[in-house]
Design a protein around this ligand. Sequence first.
Ligand SMILES: Nc1ncnc2c1ncn2[C@@H]1O[C@H](COP(=O)(O)OP(=O)(O)OP(=O)(O)O)[C@@H](O)[C@H]1O
Ligand SMILES: [Mg+2]
Length: 508
Amino acid sequence: MTDYILEMQGIVKEFPGVKALNDVNFKVKRGEIHCLVGENGAGKSTLMKVLSGVYPYGSYTGDIRYNGEVQKFRKISDSEGKGIVIIYQELALIPELSIYENIFFGHEIMKGKSIDWNETITQARNMLGKVGLKADPSQPVKTLGVGNQQLVEIAKALSKDVKLLILDEPTASLNEDDSQNLLQLLRELKAQGVTCIMISHKLREITAIADTITVLRDGATITTMDATSRTIEEAEIIKYMVGREMDNIYPKRKKHAFGDIALELKNWTVVDPVKNREILHHIDLHVRKGEIVGIQGLMGAGRTELAMSMFGNPTGYRISTGKLFMDGRGVTLKHPKDAIRHGLAYVSEDRKGNGLFLGQDIRYNITISNLEELVDGLSINENEEIAIANDYKESINIKAPSIEQKVGNLSGGNQQKVQLAKWMFAKPNVLILDEPTRGIDVGAKYEIYSLMNRLVEQGMSIIMISSELPEVLGMSDRLYVMSEGTIAGELLTEDATEEKVMAMAVSS
Ligand SMILES: Nc1ncnc2c1ncn2[C@@H]1O[C@H](COP(=O)(O)OP(=O)(O)OP(=O)(O)O)[C@@H](O)[C@H]1O
Ligand SMILES: [Mg+2]
């Protein structure tokens, strides 16, 4: 047998108008953790879909060798039959079903003609033990947090007797603890002989876990680096990813004076009526015109709840005390539409449920939020619409053949850019960004940060919620630290350090 469990050679995969993979060579050693990195749209997910048979043999050119033999996978079950299991960027569990039903969904344990539930539950418990998830196998998956759902996906892969495990951005929506936990599990699986391919934009994780790193750019392999023989610095990976040196990750903003207070919360207390529990306690905060205010805090500190309660409360919370002021006037926002009408916009962390029209093109998705601006007499000024969509496509580098591309066909990170462009074009007075750069590559982050700078220079206010502390420190003028539903502290960014912020975040 060769040292390589997998050898993909000269892979070319085209979609109408897009050459997603253009001669990719990718070799994975048996028993290693191999990280696959590259900018949004570089072709990472597509390469893994070619491997797993989502794109069947015949729909691409090039060779796939697995354990030295050429493979012609026509469907996912063909690759799974050989022990290749992929966990997708968007999890594929069925929330209503129990853990054990999910683990054995599609490959049920049979006894004669019916499912052997006793054996299913026993085996499920065994798999949960292996991934270190302490949960009752009959619990519905929807009762688990994302971190634990990810563990169920891995348990499912183990139940299929996985030899080569592929994870597409597994930690994108996990908090620090869950991420560390997952990486530790990958190390344990490696010790048991499972080979692993991991796609991630989190370079810190990659340098910590990778044995080998392969960089893709524009559908081609740029380099493969051996991380066992030397230390690989993040800067080196970035250089290969973006094709140039990047000495500054956060673009400098021109110093400018802030204006009046654009939005203020006073004594804001919020109750979750379903759980009958107070989730936010007496919050005071404000943001001025032209200012970027960061909101930092651990997962569960109440940051997203805070944003939702300001943005017209779509989740049905009850504001038990307090008031929201916009431009100094008290307002009651009963619905997100009220919020938008008052000049408030919210870009959520959840790409799927955020109102992108996946069947529509980029142009439609960007301009829909502010069609009034394009009205010319009785009709929409189409030339201007095209110009605006093209302008955003270029300025934040949305990777697609044209603005006529369907958003559903864009890579994950590029969908996120469209959603940002959409809300930026809505030209709100106050823009709330919730984890705006999740799943976004380093180069594109820079472009998004530059765009944020441009917006505040024009007088917009931005509230940025992010669990990436370096990003909050790099971009905000001032920041609030939340802990257990309260504001635990406030800092000017120039006085803030990672240590000070973390101390506040765990203070209550
Ligand atoms: N079904 C499809 N139809 C048309 N184009 C597609 C389709 N799937 C992917 N593409 C295009 O192929 C290219 C590679 O996409 P892919 O999803 O592999 O990128 P990625 O490296 O995984 O990016 P990300 O980091 O954003 O997830 C992109 O330009 C994308 O728009
Ligand atoms: Mg992808």
